[in-house]
Design a protein around this ligand. Structure first.
Ligand code: IMP
Ligand code: MG
Length: 176
């Protein structure tokens, strides 16, 4: 068990479980892409570790950029999502694949989707390492999912609890 700020967390997913899921996702995506060079868009901050490991497993030509949004405060989601670093790349007529650390309510995903609406992308896809099906309230399709998890707060592997815990190489779940 570990303690972060005022809360206790228990081990939930090991580094090797996470790595296997990412290797599978990278293979799935590589298999779906023909001769195209996709632009992966990592969503900061949470996805930095996922993006790094994903890129090591993705063995075809690709480009990478990041966007920074923020929506979470503490352990509960907020309706408001802010864009802190915009997209600094031309995505017109390109295949864009969003790399998210986790999809919870789907609010962030809707904002991301709106952001690409007027950008004339050829193809927009979404890949998320973690997905909470019980929390998801939107209808937008999610193309690639690493691991489905229960509707409980997690920390580690890039995900934070009030900015702490991102450096943990494995994932911990909030203790009841
Ligand atoms: P959504 O907008 O509710 O789908 O939340 C998406 C964002 O909230 C993610 O990109 C994370 O940054 C953050 N988030 C959602 N669930 C968790 C969690 O269990 N732990 C840490 N951060 C989370
Ligand atoms: Mg995120």
């Amino acid at each position: 068990m570990i303690r972060i700020h005022d809360k206790q967390f228990v081990p939930f997913l090991s580094a090797s479980q996470i790595d296997s899921a990412i290797a599978r996702m990278a293979q799935e995506i590589a298999d779906d892409i023909d001769e195209e060079v996709p632009i992966f868009i990592g969503v900061l901050n949470g996805s930095f570790m996922f993006v790094s490991d994903f890129m090591k497993h993705y063995n075809r030509p690709c480009e990478l950029s990041f966007i920074k949004l923020s929506s979470y405060q503490g352990t509960s989601t907020t309706e408001k999502v802010n864009e802190l670093i915009g997209l600094g790349v031309n995505v017109e007529n390109r295949t864009v694949i969003i790399l998210e650390d986790i999809i919870d309510t789907g609010n962030t995903l809707v904002v991301l989707n709106d952001l690409f609406k007027d950008k004339k992308v050829k193809n927009l896809k979404v890949a998320t390492l973690f997905f909470k099906p019980e929390a998801y309230k939107k209808d937008l399709p999610i193309d690639y999912i690493g691991i489905e998890i229960p509707h409980k707060f997690i920390v580690g592997y890039g995900l934070d609890y009030d900015e702490h815990g991102r450096n943990l190489p494995e994932v911990y779940q909030l203790k009841e």
